[in-house]
Design a protein around this ligand. Structure first.
Ligand code: PEP
Length: 249
């Protein structure tokens, strides 16, 4: 059985003072969770979030990682910096990075290689746009993104990576994929992982759903056999909503 994982993606929200309030509220509300609980916070919140979450079941993640170890990469953040700040997880290839910041399957792959080398637990995001879904390209887009992300990565390393299936049309829009749509596409992504690495890896790998997951739809989504948790944007910013989702998973 795969242990579900619920990860909050705070995106570019929460100052350090706001981070303190949210984590402090969350700690008692998620303490009995049966799933892994992660908050992926802005870089400036990582050290504080890690300090507040120390000794609790909340793990801290970042939202990006550089492929280089150090050097002339203005605006990037290195594995060593993230580790020292206290991050354990890292989101790679979120659709907002692909859409607004030029992230490609090749850069996602480079970042994933570095994250694995440096001992992080990566959450790799894949998913189709509305045009691609309506054009019948959901599977081919997801396959290209998964194959591209995992290029050169061993089966052993791949097993520990989490994939987040996030249809772009469902992110921040209030439109959720139906339980069946999410289950079906995640099942397809698992079959791609099986083609790449075999059944032992595809059976072990956790694949989350992301896209307007909230307290109203979490139960239906989590009841589906292929869905191993969620990557939560908007609903991760309020302790009541996020803890509700965590406690249903
Ligand atoms: C996300 O940012 O990964 C996400 C799924 O956002 P939201 O839950 O707001 O759609």
């Amino acid at each position: 059985m795969r242990k579900p994982i619920i990860a909050g993606n705070w995106k570019m929200n929460k100052t350090a003072a706001e981070c303190r309030t949210l984590i402090t509220e969350l700690i008692p509300k998620v303490k009995d969770a049966k799933c892994d609980v992660v908050v992926c916070v802005p870089f400036t919140d990582i050290a504080l979030a890690a300090e507040l979450a120390a000794g609790t079941n909340i793990k801290v993640g970042a939202q990006n990682i550089a492929w280089a170890e150090s050097g002339a990469f203005t605006g990037e953040i290195s594995a060593a910096m993230l580790r020292e700040a206290g991050a354990e997880y890292v989101i790679i290839g979120h659709s907002e990075r692909r859409q607004y910041f030029g992230e490609t399957d090749a850069t996602v792959n480079s970042r994933l290689v570095r994250a694995i080398e440096a001992g992080f637990k990566p959450i790799v995001c894949v998913g189709e746009t509305l045009d691609e879904r309506e054009g019948g390209k959901t599977e081919s887009v997801c396959k290209t993104q998964v194959v591209g992300a995992f290029k050169g990565i061993s089966a052993d390393a791949a097993k520990g990576v989490v994939i987040a299936y996030e249809p772009v049309w469902a992110i921040g829009t209030g439109k959720t994929a139906t339980d069946d749509q999410a289950n079906e596409t995640i099942g397809y992504i698992r079959s791609v992982v099986k083609e790449l690495y075999g059944a032992a890896v595809s059976d072990a790998m956790r694949i989350q759903y992301g896209g307007s997951m909230n307290p109203k739809n979490v139960e239906g989504l989590m009841a589906k056999p292929e869905i191993d948790g969620g990557l939560i944007g908007g609903a991760s910013l309020k302790s009541d909503d996020f803890s509700y989702i965590v406690n249903k998973a």
